[in-house]
Design a protein around this ligand. Structure first.
Ligand SMILES: Nc1ncnc2c1ncn2[C@@H]1O[C@H](COP(=O)(O)OP(=O)(O)O)[C@@H](O)[C@H]1O
Ligand SMILES: CC(C)(COP(=O)(O)O)[C@@H](O)C(=O)NCCC(=O)O
Ligand SMILES: [K+]
Length: 250
């Protein structure tokens, strides 16, 4: 079995694949290294052989996680590394090593799934990112904005009177009519910002490529923009698609 990890700024997305069938045996989202280990240990008949991971965390944090997995499971671990070019995609950053590896892998995955089409890759995590890959594989660059957790927390920490709990936040998002309470006004307002971001990115993509492109949406908060781009392909595991391409296990 193969352990796959996508270590974002807020959460670790994990899954265990059957090495032969390639099927997902188990998967989840955890908020700490120890929670990951605890969660893995309760999987019946777990027999990990390899691990591949991508991280946008510091080298120290990533190293600590790698050390922990090595101690717990004694398996080889490969980490996705920055590259100038891979699987037909050319990194468009001035300094290719500075491009977030989760963005890079999502682009590799998107370009592969788009099978020759240009692609717009949108990722809704702690940050929100957009990346443009032309049909010839050239990465034109992208955009980074605060995601839902950051927008919400900035309002909470920089105002005196915006305070509410998680449950009220979830209830508020059942509709997008103008809010009549603080929680509704904030949650719906931020959610509409994300939808506006999607529409702007679609406009930019059309300006580049007309109608000839594929849109991919991924990230933990992808459902917040549900319906904003009806033509988009929602691919929750897009980073993992790219991870398997960047870190093949022989
Ligand atoms: N099972 C889950 N556990 C935690 N957060 C989740 C889960 N499912 C969706 N989310 C949402 O995902 C968002 C984080 O997205 P994610 O792509 O994991 O971010 P990052 O890669 O920056 O850690 C959170 O704002 C949260 O609302
Ligand atoms: C843009 C990001 C913060 C997104 O991280 P995430 O929201 O997935 O945790 C991450 O890809 C990153 O740290 N990138 C490095 C900066 C860059 O891509 O220019
Ligand atoms: K991410």
């Amino acid at each position: 079995m193969i352990l796959e990890l996508d270590c974002g700024n807020s959460f670790i997305k994990w899954r265990v694949l059957d090495a032969l069938a390639g099927e997902v045996v188990s998967e989840g989202v955890v908020d700490s290294n120890q929670a990951l280990i605890d969660r893995l240990h309760i999987i019946k008949s777990l027999s990990l052989r390899n691990c591949r991971l991508v991280s946008v965390r510091t080298n120290e944090e990533t190293g600590a996680l790698i050390g922990l997995i090595e101690r717990e499971f004694n398996i080889p671990i490969v980490c996705a590394k920055p590259a100038r070019e891979m699987s037909g995609v050319r990194n468009g950053y001035e300094d290719y090593e500075r491009l977030g590896l989760d963005r890079w892998l999502a682009m590799l995955g998107g370009f592969h799934l788009a099978a020759g089409d240009a692609c717009l890759v949108l990722d809704f995590g702690t940050a929100v990112t957009a990346d443009f890959v032309a049909a010839d594989g050239e990465h034109l660059g992208g955009f980074i904005c605060p995601g839902m957790p950051l927008m919400r927390n900035q309002l909470r920490t920089h105002t005196r009177k915006i305070r509410y709990g998680d449950e009220a936040a979830e209830r508020a998002l059942s509709s997008h009519v103008p809010g009549r309470t603080t929680v509704e006004a904030v949650e719906r307002g931020c959610s509409l910002m994300l939808r506006g971001f999607v529409l702007t990115q679609l406009e930019l993509a059309r300006a580049h490529w007309g109608e000839d492109f594929t849109v991919f949406i991924t990230g933990g908060d992808a459902e917040l923009v549900d319906g904003a781009a009806p033509e988009a392909r929602i691919v929750p595991d897009l980073v993992f698609v790219g991870l398997a391409m960047a870190c093949p296990l022989s």
